[in-house]
Design a protein around this ligand. Structure first.
Ligand code: PLP
Length: 479
């Protein structure tokens, strides 16, 4: 690199940029030549680099060479078509290019004035997405980094709405205990929000679920009544469309009715399941959500947008603003009375231009292209679920409402839970150890369950057929 006090010169940027883009194109094209899971031991990267920061300038060729040869071997390939663990989270070409532009522009959308295009594109894209998932016009949207952050803001807004002793000013001090309800299958982000907001884990009621892992509305009602009787203050319910373990769908219409009667804020976590509602025949998965006070869905899970991108909607943006707006003098602008300043609606001040990548994705694939891809993932998963159902030595452990299959090996005559758990653990480890596939597990009622989450943009039928053959062959070797 030339020794100047300025940034990288344009000609060098162009040359290095070409090298990087060429590499990315080849990486995307040849992704199947990589093992999904890196074959490295903990601490391996610490040993590979100097403990001291680089003293002198380096060339892009040298830097890139280290990226390829030292860092890349420790990368887990989330874009790999055989990455079937967790929720898909694959990226797409248009979104990768948009991320490059986002970094190049490096705008901060804390205020409308600090980047009008960011604020307005965020509104436009979230409104397109709202229409695509069939939610009402009254849903106002904002982008946060993750669903965990979205749920945190939902619960903060719910607390603000009820605010028994003006918590914003006086803090969580004295007064009745605020009680939050969710299910025993809800994502841990709900409890984390309770920790961060000072509600306390003791005040989170994890309502039991039914035999299909759906929150039991009758128990929800019972709990609310009991808490009120005990002088506590129920204020919010977090229900889920697409729970993390089994992708079960809570009975939202029933829960919404309870929330209406009891005057509780209803937040729906549709981080994963929300994308399915883009497919017309799956739009009913969000039935009842139009009554929710807020809802989150994550384009970074199943909408081909690279992490991070969480879409948060609420019918009550004024309450969210009431909870979070705090404007120092130096952030006041002449336009304030005419615009929405996104910093007013959350914890963060600075804001990346995330909407650009969603805008690229929506335009590049179009609604139809997205419908076709999500529908295809669901169909492939349902096909595999049927094969599992029909096999005498495997069984499904939960329904498959979307594209995630929960199952286990259950050879004829083997009925001891501990032995079954051990066998399935070994089956999963054997598949993952080879590095070719990455699948995950969960526990349901003490039973070890294997999970396959389909949804990666590059996964096709032959990958799933191959995995299914692999599972059967591995089982026959293990048992
Ligand atoms: C249902 C559900 N909600 C929330 C989350 C948290 O997502 P994030 O990583 O965006 O915070 C997950 C993660 O998988 C999830 O499955």
């Amino acid at each position: 690199m030339q020794e100047t006090l300025k940034d990288m010169p344009a000609h060098e940027f162009k040359k290095a940029g070409q090298m990087v883009i060429d590499w990315i194109a080849a990486y995307r094209d040849e992704i199947e030549s990589y093992a999904v899971l890196p074959q490295v031991e903990p601490g391996w990267l610490y040993e590979s680099f100097s403990k001291k920061p680089p003293e002198n300038a380096g060339s892009m060729e040298q830097i890139f060479e280290k990226f390829v040869n030292v860092i890349m071997p420790g990368v887990t390939h989330w874009n790999h078509p055989k990455f079937l663990a967790y929720f898909s989270i694959s990226s797409s070409g248009p979104a990768v290019l948009a991320e490059l532009l986002t970094a190049a522009l490096n705008v901060n959308g804390m205020l409308w004035k600090t980047c009008p295009a960011l604020t307005e594109l965020e509104k436009i894209t979230l409104d397109w997405l709202r229409q695509m998932i069939g939610m009402p016009e009254s849903f106002w949207g904002i982008v946060y980094d993750t669903a965990s952050t979205s749920t945190f803001h939902a619960i903060a807004a719910a607390r603000q709405e009820i605010s028994p002793q003006n918590i914003r000013e006086k803090g969580m001090y004295g007064g009745k205990r605020l009680i939050l309800y969710t299910s025993d299958q809800a994502h841990s982000s709900v409890e984390k929000a309770a920790i961060a907001l000072g509600l306390g884990l003791e005040n989170v009621r994890k309502i039991k679920t039914d035999d299909k892992y759906r929150l039991r509305a009758d128990l929800l009602r019972e709990n609310i009544r009991r808490d009120r009787k005990n002088g506590q203050l129920p204020f919010c319910v977090v229900a889920t469309v697409g729970t993390t373990s089994t992708t079960s769908i809570d009975p939202i219409p029933d829960i919404a009715a309870i929330c209406r009667e009891e005057n509780l804020w209803l937040h729906v976590d549709a981080a994963y399941g929300g994308s399915a509602a883009i497919v017309p025949e799956y739009q009913n998965v969000l039935e009842g959500c139009e009554e929710a006070d807020s809802l989150v869905m994550n384009p970074h899970k199943w909408l081909f947008v690279p992490i991070d991108f969480s879409a948060f909607y609420t019918r009550k943006p004024a309450i969210l603003k009431e909870a979070f707006s705090l404007i120092p003098e130096y952030l006041r602008t002449l336009e304030d009375h005419r615009v929405e300043n996104l910093m007013d609606y959350g914890m963060q001040l600075g804001r990346r231009f995330r909407a650009l990548k969603l805008w690229f994705v929506l335009q590049y694939f179009g609604r139809q292209g997205i419908i076709n891809r999500i529908r295809n993932a669901i169909e492939m998963a349902q096909d595999l679920a049927n094969k599992i159902d029909q096999h005498p030595d495997f069984e499904k452990m939960a329904p498959t409402p979307f594209s995630t299959i929960c199952f286990r090996a259950h050879p004829h005559g083997l009925n001891d839970t501990e032995k079954l758990n051990r066998l399935n653990k070994e089956l999963l480890q054997t598949i993952n150890e080879k590095g070719e596939y990455f699948i995950s597990h969960t526990r349901l009622n003490e039973e070890y369950v294997i999970r396959i989450a389909v949804g990666n943009i590059q996964t096709d039928q032959h990958h799933l057929n191959h995995l299914w053959n692999n599972l059967q062959k591995t089982l026959s070797k293990l048992y």
